[in-house]
Design a protein around this ligand. Structure first.
Ligand code: FE2
Length: 368
């Protein structure tokens, strides 16, 4: 069977459905350093939902909340709480992308749709992926506006300019899915067969387990390596794993974390901590063992220890990373900040220390 190619370019944006988009926009702006660049809602003639477009470097988030009891996304909020509704992928031709995906077995949710305003034509289509998560194919080739028709542009310089503190996040490095036990390979096949992705790396539960919890993970990536999706499933442990905890509170599969790259993680994390972002911490002993484990690095280990930044090395180089605590009351979505120095992996060497840190949090929540 011959497969048409899906003409993927990059991650266009992530859309989060949240209970109160106005307050979430305040959080992502003031804690994570995003600019609010566009808005749609009652004031712009949209009667059913409010949406805020946030941007930092190449990263775009859309935060959306229903305005009415009839809005279909209310069911999503009840089931999952705040979280990622869709991962939008920019394509060079939305008709080709959608037809190819559906021909290759994707469940189509919305066929190619074109909206027009004074800035041109914006094309999009939707297919289903894990859980209630969607992929949106976005075609911007004939659209010059800041985001999409229906959105009013906001000048970030005039949006409460006194309080803005940038943190220096640049791009989305990877977006991680949690799926049910036994379903990881099914979704790896979906990304291979439908999206044309390839398997990047694999490690089994022995590599990433503690006494209590374990997971299995595989990473799929598009041909250019610009889009990377690790997919986790829970593995058997003595107690409930962090993936099971996620699946229980998210009520099914979904996006677990979004990793965002920076060129200067020390400055970024210092700024985010000054903005009161809460990060997972590992014990001091982690840093005593660090020079032996990862060898020479450019950064000052005492400074990394002060901020709680983790280090890992692979055959190609090293990486620095840190994880936030969940950003909502349910222990579901969290964020990673990452700085790569050649390394192309995802921090496997830190999993044990991280699992133990997460388990301390789980014990406090009574979900271990
Ligand atoms: Fe990650």
């Amino acid at each position: 069977m011959s497969h048409p190619e899906i003409p993927l370019k990059r991650i266009d944006h992530l859309r989060l459905v949240v209970g109160n988009a106005r307050q979430s926009a305040y959080f992502y702006r003031n804690a994570f350093g995003f600019h609010v660049i566009a808005y749609a809602g009652l004031e712009t003639g949209v009667k059913t939902e409010a949406s805020y477009v946030l941007r930092q470097g190449d990263i775009t988030f859309v935060l959306a909340s229903p305005l009415t009891a009839e809005h279909p996304e209310n069911a999503r909020l009840i089931a999952h709480g705040d979280g990622v509704e869709s991962i939008a992928l920019e394509v060079s031709d939305v008709n080709v992308a959608y037809d190819a995906a559906v021909a290759r077995g994707a469940l189509g949710l919305l066929p190619p749709t074109f909206q027009e305003d004074e800035n041109g034509v914006y094309g999009f289509a939707e297919i289903a992926t894990y859980g209630d998560t969607k992929h949106v194919f976005v075609d911007r080739s004939r659209y010059r506006g800041v985001f999409a028709p229906g959105f009013k542009t906001i000048d970030p310089e005039r949006y409460h300019p006194r309080s803005f503190r940038p943190v220096g996040l640049k791009s989305i490095d990877h977006v991680v899915a949690n799926v049910e036990e036994g379903k990881m390979n099914e979704w790896v096949r979906f990304y291979a067969d439908v999206m044309g992705f390839s398997l990047l790396a694999e490690f089994d539960d022995k590599a990433i387990s503690t006494e209590y919890s374990a997971l299995m993970s595989k990473v799929v990536s598009d041909g250019q390596g610009r889009i990377k999706f690790p997919i986790n499933e829970p593995a058997r442990g003595r107690k409930r794993s962090q993936i099971e905890e996620y699946l229980r509170f998210h009520n099914g599969p979904g996006v677990q974390h979004i990793a965002m790259a920076t060129d200067d993680i020390v400055t970024t994390v210092r700024a985010m901590q000054a903005n009161d972002v809460s990060f997972l911490r590992v014990p001091k002993a982690y840093y005593d063992m660090l020079p032996d484990r990862v060898g020479p690095i450019d950064e000052n280990v005492a400074e990394l220890a002060e901020l709680g930044i983790l280090v890992d090395r692979d055959d190609e180089g090293y990486l620095l990373q840190i994880f936030t605590k969940p950003v909502e009351d349910r222990p579901t979505l969290f964020f990673e900040v990452i700085e790569r120095h050649g390394a192309t992996s995802f921090g496997k060497g830190n999993f044990k220390a991280l699992f133990e840190a997460i388990e301390r949090e789980q014990a406090i929540r009574g979900t271990l």
